[in-house]
Design a protein around this ligand. Structure first.
Ligand SMILES: Nc1ncnc2c1ncn2[C@@H]1O[C@H](COP(=O)(O)OP(=O)(O)OP(=O)(O)O)[C@@H](O)[C@H]1O
Ligand SMILES: [Mg+2]
Length: 283
């Protein structure tokens, strides 16, 4: 197995704030990673490093055997699929669904040149069909539901046949059925030997697809735990990561987490107390 990602003592600092602190992380070919952590933990920052969208302040980032700072990122980026809310906002309002996907082959988000290769259109068509979006090819991206947009974004991220696929909260905003469908499709992708190495950022343990192999837990820019998924997504590690006593249940490759009796109301009280006075005290 070869290395897809290798981060060595990587820090990202902005002003006085350390967004990521001395991160060491290795992703090998065939691995499927999930990254969890509270808001502001540094998950998106880490994904942007892995996507060659950001350079570290300190340390080295190797992606697909190239070192950030020593490689032309415009040659490297097509080898990496990225789906994120930030990228979605760059899609022009009136862009058609098929074009949202086709343009990924050219590293742009707006269709300005009509001379796209038929092969590219066929690939975009196939990917959209695979993600259940075939009937909506001609629709305008802005008119899609949140769940439909998420699927188009993943099809777009796969357009260049990447060696590494990075998904930042693909389940955000989906209803229960939409989430379950996404988890199912990601589980299928995880089981596909031909699929690229996967890194999925999520806030919800329920969104971890069966078949994912590794997990990283981030808190305040540092790694709480990282490694094989079952040994990492433990009650103790997750409680430390989220600063709350949690009950974690794993069944049939799926996970759920709930606050231990009383822990939820205590935390909610503390959080509410910070935001507004007169928060109810918990018992
Ligand atoms: N340019 C910047 N200057 C200062 N702080 C920044 C900058 N960019 C990001 N941050 C801060 O870095 C921290 C990590 O941000 P990041 O977006 O990586 O978190 P995240 O784990 O993805 O959070 P979320 O779960 O809310 O998406 C946040 O506190 C954010 O406010
Ligand atoms: Mg984020």
């Amino acid at each position: 197995m070869s290395n897809v990602l290798q981060l060595s003592s990587v820090s990202v600092v902005r002003g006085r704030k350390t967004l990521l602190d001395s991160i060491d992380w290795q992703v090998r070919d065939g691995e499927r990673w999930v990254i969890l952590g509270p808001n502001g933990a540094g998950k998106t920052t880490l994904l942007h490093l892995a996507a060659a969208r950001l350079h570290p302040t300190r340390g080295t980032v190797d992606i697909l055997d190239e070192t950030l700072g020593k490689v032309d990122v415009f040659e490297l980026r097509p080898r990496i699929g990225l789906s994120s809310a930030a990228l979605a906002t760059q899609i022009p309002e009136h862009e058609k669904v098929l074009n949202v996907v086709v343009t990924a082959a050219y590293g742009v988000t707006g269709r300005w040149n009509e001379a796209y290769e038929k092969d590219d259109e066929r690939r975009a068509f196939r990917l959209l069909n695979e993600w259940g979006m075939g009937p909506l090819l001609g629709r305008v991206f802005a008119s899609l539901s949140e769940g439909e947009r998420k699927r188009v974004q993943i099809a777009r991220a796969l357009m260049t046949d990447p060696e590494l696929l990075l998904l930042d909260e693909p389940g955000a905003g989906l209803d229960l059925a939409g989430r379950e469908e996404l988890v199912h499709r990601l589980a299928e992708l995880a089981a596909d030997d031909a699929a690229p190495a996967l890194v999925l950022v999520t806030h919800h343990l329920e969104e971890v697809p069966p078949g994912f192999t590794h997990a990283m837990l981030l808190r305040e820019g540092g790694i709480v735990a990282a490694g094989p998924i079952e040994a990492t997504l433990t009650q103790e590690n997750l409680s430390r990561t989220f600063g709350m006593e949690l009950d974690v249940v794993s069944r049939g490759g799926r996970y759920t987490a709930t606050a231990k009796d009383g822990a939820g109301s205590a935390n909610a009280g503390a959080k509410a107390g910070a935001a507004q006075s007169g928060a109810p005290a918990s018992s």
